[in-house]
Write a protein that binds this ligand. Structure first.
Ligand code: SF4
Ligand code: SF4
Length: 387
């Protein structure tokens, strides 16, 4: 294929920056016209499929969570109707929605070197997602997390309906981004200050045993305040890209910190880049992809939207550190992490940890039906052991 030189038309900015400030620290004035370097564009040889692959993985994981959710509701109904509803077994995967139990059990495992008996699946899933962040940046957030998927759906819907999303001014964006670390710090402090015995006591208390049912009841019995808060989050998520993930999610904050260890990063080859700025405009995290050589930011979720938007061959890659070779093709050979490779690594992490837990008999919380019959219908009356 012969290299083709052409002037690339600039895409319209789809996010409006309300800051009016110069782009610093991960936010970019998207209202400005993009720079043109005058470099020749060597067009990509193959069509990018990253978003098709990623959206497929997101859809599969969302369906899995939906199936787990339905099965869990049917399981609770069996106990709430005193056995009059058909019995279905409890899906242990529901513990993926108990990240605090996952962190508690991880600390218990580290301190006692024994696998906890209550909500062990929460720990195995937590470890799988944490390891995936160490290997593949915050890919958990943009490839697997159902809340991340919902957030993405909402801001893209908002963009379609309103023509653009809002980018908060830097003076508001920065302090808001700290909120998720404050929440994470709070949970880390509470869990970190508990001994292994205290952690076991908490998880074996009636409250801890049915923490999953209490979480379900929270959403089933939303009061007026809860409905207003969730409606507000939905509205803000329509207006602002990944509002929940960017500002409030402590789990994403932890995955972001773990992602600092990741050898895989979005990397830009300045020699191949034509400085069109399309990558930065496409980035949901508002990162300066078009100006940096590699993206170290804790906000990068390895979504590859920037790569999908880039028109230039070999300019942008999700890769391991490149070779210092003269030719661009040699520089990236066998170091690029393709969307299929991301899918494969995530699948290995997920099925590896789940498979190990199942094979060693540590996947399920084994409690008797008579105990659940006592606890599940009365879950709302159970209060936190420390209260
Ligand atoms: S830098 Fe690229 S991969 Fe990272 S969040 Fe932005 S668009 Fe996604
Ligand atoms: S890396 Fe970004 S700025 Fe460079 S060519 Fe690709 S989209 Fe344009």
């Amino acid at each position: 294929m012969s290299p083709q030189s052409e002037t690339e038309p600039l895409a319209d900015a789809k996010s409006v920056d309300l800051s009016g400030a110069s782009p610093i620290g991960g936010s970019r004035n998207l209202g400005k016209p993009a720079r043109r370097s005058g470099k020749k564009l060597i067009r990509r040889q193959f069509q990018d499929r990253s978003q098709w692959v990623r959206h497929s993985v997101q859809a599969i994981f969302a369906m899995l969570n939906l199936w787990i959710g339905i099965q869990f509701i049917l399981w609770t109904r069996y106990y709430e109707t005193a056995g009059k509803s058909p019995y279905v077994s409890r899906p242990a995967g529901v513990e993926g929605w108990l990240p605090i139990a996952g962190m508690m059990n991880t600390k218990f495992l580290i301190e006692t070197r024994s696998i906890p008996q209550i909500h062990p699946a929460a720990m195995f899933l937590f470890l799988a997602f944490l390891l995936s962040s160490i290997l593949l940046k915050k890919a958990f957030c943009s490839w697997l997390c159902p809340i991340g998927t919902l957030s993405e759906l909402l801001w893209k819907t908002g963009q379609k309906l309103l023509g653009r999303n809002i980018q908060l001014p830097k003076w508001l964006d920065l302090p808001l981004r700290c909120l998720k670390y404050v929440l994470l710090g709070f949970f880390a402090y509470v869990i970190g200050s508990m001994s292994a015995a205290a952690l076991a006591d908490f998880l074996h208390s009636p409250y801890g045993l049915v923490a999953d049912v209490k979480m379900l009841n929270f959403f089933r019995d939303l009061g007026e305040t809860g409905i207003i808060v969730i409606a507000l989050l939905f509205a803000l998520s329509l207006l602002i890209r990944n509002f929940w993930c960017r500002y409030l999610c402590p789990y994403g904050a932890l995955m972001g910190l773990a992602s600092l260890l990741s050898p895989a990063k979005i990397r830009r080859d300045a020699a191949a880049c034509i400085d069109c700025g399309k990558c930065a405009r496409a980035c949901p995290a508002n990162l300066h992809v078009d100006r940096l050589v590699q993206i170290r930011s804790v906000e990068c979720a390895a979504c590859m939207e920037c790569i999908a938007a880039c028109p230039a061959q070999n300019a942008l890659q999700f890769s391991l550190p490149p070779r210092r070779a003269a030719e661009a093709n040699d520089r990236w050979r066998s170091l690029v992490i393709t969307p299929m490779a991301v899918t494969l690594v995530l699948a290995c992490m997920f099925f590896g940890f789940v498979g190990y837990a199942k094979a060693t008999g540590h996947w399920k919380t084994n409690l008797s039906r008579s105990l659940y019959m006592e606890l599940v219908p009365n879950a709302n009356q159970l209060s936190h052991p420390g209260m």
